[in-house]
Design a protein around this ligand. Structure first.
Ligand SMILES: Cc1cc2nc3c(=O)[nH]c(=O)nc-3n(C[C@H](O)[C@H](O)[C@H](O)COP(=O)(O)OP(=O)(O)OC[C@H]3O[C@@H](n4cnc5c(N)ncnc54)[C@H](O)[C@@H]3O)c2cc1C
Length: 449
């Protein structure tokens, strides 16, 4: 069995199928190509390493043996499969362009060696492609997808196995740096986090989830990304709890974007809907955005949190993304790629398609959506607590001054002036967008699905 993004023993269909054999060998490969792609921060790698460690312990406690290799993924899998003389191979199905190419190449090789390759569900609760709108293809709009997804037949989550054989472990230690403040990777921590959060916080999720300083969201995204917890198990445990619908809806967004990526793998880098936008690039402005020195407090607070923690609240992700695209007129791909380089939960489907949603090239119906960072701060960070936490220069100020500091306060505390004027920059974006869209015959494609 080759583990990829299903780093758990609970509800793991590939694992259960692999254990039907008389003897099973378990493999995880740190794929050098992914690690070198720029999408892996030290924190994300640390999380992954902890998840592997936890998985290895779980398998060992059952009598299993996880081999860990590092290098070119396909070559390492081939070498291990040859070494253990495997007759069949089990793996979870994944949906990015790269994951599919990897699997196709593995399939070709397995075919040439007469080894049976079986791919299994488990990355999502409902398999991408299982749900289709009346006209076929993928769901392009969330609400009809959400209704169909809720009603869709789902597997019963599978129990973790009770016993396997032989422990041994080898993690390439040169990969790891330790950050004690980062969330701990692995199924054990993910399961604990899930259970505590369901007990304590899901009931108030809908009312509190938009307020970044309250820290009331589940923080499960890295565990879901690496498959340390099963989305189907999360759904089963959350179902019927008071207030859980809003939370389950967010899980469905993850699956909505995954089914789009499965159908349109190029949507990770290509406009899902081409709006004909013309992007600019200004290194000074882009660097100010990345480092959190744009002079716009909510944006800077968000970018500094992202850089320090490798995680970011959903509303703030939307605010900083909107700022880069709609105020600074930079290509969403620059932003999504910077996010991938920093996020622990960086996920091709959720990241690229959320960026496209904010940019207006994605699945949303309103390409002109703009989030005014000051108005957003007044609504969702009324006390300025979030801003004051992440921007030390503003930490001693009164709420209103932290949210929207005057020029004299900025000079006094050493905080920069805004690099663009909000209203002028949005007006320029809209004028440009309208001009470019007039040249296009397909401004609003049919949204019927
Ligand atoms: C520009 C941008 C980039 C993003 N990049 C990523 C990414 O790389 N990886 C990622 O997992 N999420 C991404 N998101 C979605 C969302 O911000 C995070 O999933 C969420 O903030 C994680 O915190 P949580 O686990 O506490 O979420 P909760 O609010 O507790 O939600 C529960 C789960 O639902 C899913 N979810 C919630 N919101 C969304 C959403 N808008 N889209 C898809 N799934 C969602 C996540 O798996 C999350 O863990 C992005 C959003 C934006 C606007």
């Amino acid at each position: 069995m080759v583990f990829t993004r299903d780093l758990r023993i609970d509800d793991n269909p590939a694992l259960v199928a692999a254990l039907q054999a008389q003897n099973t060998s378990f493999l995880f490969v740190f794929d050098q190509q992914i690690l070198m792609s720029g999408d892996y921060s030290a924190k994300k790698l640390q999380f992954l390493d902890e998840a592997i460690s936890d998985l290895s312990k779980s398998l060992a406690s059952l009598g299993g043996d996880l081999t860990v290799r590092k290098g070119r993924w396909l070559e390492e899998v081939k070498a291990h499969v040859t070494h253990v003389n495997a007759a069949e191979l089990h793996i979870a199905k994944d949906h990015s362009n790269y994951a599919r190419r990897r699997l196709t190449d593995l399939n070709t090789w397995c075919g040439s060696q007469s080894i049976a390759l079986h791919s299994h569900p488990g990355i999502t609760a409902v398999e991408p492609g299982q749900l289709q709108p009346a006209g076929g293809g993928e769901y392009k709009v969330f609400t009809p997808f959400w209704k169909a997804w809720l009603k869709a037949p789902k597997r019963t989550p599978l129990a973790a196995p009770c016993a396997i054989k032989k422990p041994l472990r080898d993690i390439p230690s040169d990969l790891i740096t330790q950050d004690p403040t980062a969330p701990k990777g692995g199924e054990s921590f993910g399961t604990r986090q899930l259970m505590t959060w369901l007990e304590d916080s899901v009931k108030s999720y809908e009312d509190t989830r938009d307020f970044p300083s309250q820290n009331t969201t589940s923080l499960l995204s890295p565990y879901l990304h690496f498959g340390c917890i099963s989305p189907l198990r999360v759904l089963a445990l959350a179902n019927n709890r008071q207030g859980s619908e809003a939370f389950i809806r967010q899980l469905a967004w993850r699956e909505f974007f995954t089914q789009i990526l499965a159908k349109r793998p190029d949507a990770s880098v290509v406009d899902y809907r081409d709006r004909g936008y013309q992007w600019t690039y200004n290194k000074k402005q882009f660097d100010a955005w990345c480092s959190g020195y744009t002079g716009v407090p909510l944006v800077d607070a968000g970018m500094r949190q992202l850089n320090q923690q490798g995680l970011l609240h959903n509303r703030i992700r939307m605010v900083v993304a909107s700022f880069l695209v709609k105020n600074l007129h930079h290509d969403w791909r620059l932003g999504s790629s910077y996010f991938m380089s920093q996020l622990i939960d960086g996920d091709i489907a959720s990241n690229s398609l959320n960026w496209q949603w904010v940019a207006g090239t994605g699945t949303g119906n309103n390409p002109h959506r703009v989030l005014n960072p000051t108005t957003q701060a007044k609504r969702f960070d009324r006390t300025g607590k979030y801003i004051r936490t992440w921007i030390p220069e503003l930490s001693e100020l009164q709420p209103n001054d932290a949210i929207d500091p005057s020029n004299s306060i900025r000079r006094k505390v050493g905080y920069p002036e805004p690099i663009v004027d909000h209203h002028q920059s949005v007006k320029a974006f809209k004028q440009n967008a309208t001009k470019n869209n007039e040249q296009k015959s397909f401004y609003f494609p049919n949204d019927a699905s």
